[in-house]
Write a protein that binds this ligand. Structure first.
Ligand code: TXA
Ligand code: MG
Length: 327
């Protein structure tokens, strides 16, 4: 395979993509959060090809995507709390880590050998029609090389992974722009926020009460994907900047636009964290291409999708020996 074909996500292309998944091939498709790189979750060979394409460490498990709650029945067990969250947020940008059923027809590679499985029902119409047509659980990490910025358009998928996949369904830009919120419900009395994302913490806490965080963080086995360096552009990043240097590109927010940058990109001129989330990855890529020596980012407020944005920026700014990256 040399060049990925980008096909508008019309019914014929979706049907072709579903056939490709059923044949064990890799297909990129839009979700409401970011573009995913899909593979048949039941196939060891397909899942192994997916890890290879992303150069993702095998200890970092994948999210299983299904077309609806009913398709999870053979895969995972949901307690009352999980059922409530599923009913309220699916389809949508919430991933639940659940006890895996022992006989679940899911490749052990997909769950990195854990006794849990992460699952979500995406809200994007193209993702849903693909999952319905494929009639398979589909693992789908973000469609980027491990450790790099997630793609929110079909063109960005092609820039990341053109040689590794043969089909990209183009559904336009992703409406949310940051990945799903990941909540671990595998210990019934102690829900843990593993990754802030498209569903704000405050909305979840209305149902779950205060969420615990993973103590000690990133490399713990219960949150294997949360390694420090992640979501990284090529240029170094400087956070909470209130002044900029002339050789820096600036990511601004609202009216916080310190003058003097080589290039300025405002995440949300109107100061809205949802708009900033939607534009975050595209503007990180633009800043990366601007010719600057470094990217400076102003402080981002924590409310709404701000927590997810701040989490991604912190990881993008973290020291990044290649072997600590994860995708
Ligand atoms: O919005 C999203 O979630 C996107 C779209 C494509 O659906 N997908 C995505 O996948 O962000 P990925 O692979 O980039 O991130 C999955 C995260 C990782 O941090 C991984 O470690 C965690 O979920 N995860 C997966 N299975 C897990 C499990 N059984 N226990 C704990 N964490 C798990
Ligand atoms: Mg990712």
């Amino acid at each position: 395979m040399s060049r990925a074909r980008i096909l508008p996500a019309e019914p014929r292309a979706v049907a072709e993509a579903a056939d490709a998944l059923r044949a064990g091939r890799l297909v990129a498709f839009p979700t409401e959060t970011v573009y995913g790189l899909g593979a048949d979750a039941t196939s060891d060979a397909a899942v192994a090809a997916l890890y290879a394409a992303k150069r993702r460490p095998a200890h970092n498990p994948l999210i299983v995507h299904v077309a609806g709650r009913a398709s999870l029945e053979p895969l995972a067990s949901l307690d009352a709390k999980a059922e409530r969250l599923a009913a309220r947020f699916w389809p949508g940008p919430l991933t639940l880590v659940l006890p895996r059923r022992p006989a679940a027809p899911i490749s052990a590679l997909a769950t990195a050998g854990l006794a849990t499985v992460a699952a979500r029902v995406p809200a994007h119409p193209v993702a849903l029609s693909l999952l319905e047509a494929a009639r398979l659980p589909v693992v789908a990490p973000s469609a980027n090389r491990s450790g790099r910025v997630s793609p929110t358009s079909a063109e960005d998928v092609a820039l990341e992974l053109a040689e590794a996949i043969d089909l990209i369904l183009d559904g336009g830009p992703c409406p949310i722009g940051v990945e799903s919120t990941v909540v671990d419900l595998s210990e019934p009395d102690r829900p843990v926020l593993l990754r802030p994302g498209g569903v704000p913490r405050a909305v979840l806490e209305e149902i779950l009460g205060p969420l615990a965080e993973r103590p000690g963080g990133e490399a713990q086995p219960r949150a294997p994907g949360r390694l420090a360096s992640h979501y990284a552009p090529s240029l170094p990043l400087r956070l909470d900047a209130l002044e900029v240097e002339p050789d820096e590109a600036l990511l601004a927010f609202g009216s916080c636009v310190p003058p003097g940058a080589l290039a300025t990109f405002n995440l949300s001129p109107r100061g809205d964290t949802a708009e900033a989330a939607r534009r975050l990855y595209a503007l990180l890529r633009a800043a990366d291409r601007s010719g600057a020596r470094r990217i400076a980012v102003v402080p981002i407020p924590a409310g709404g999708l701000g927590e997810a944005i701040r989490d991604r920026l912190r990881r993008a700014a973290a020291p990044r020996p290649d072997d600590e990256r994860s995708g």
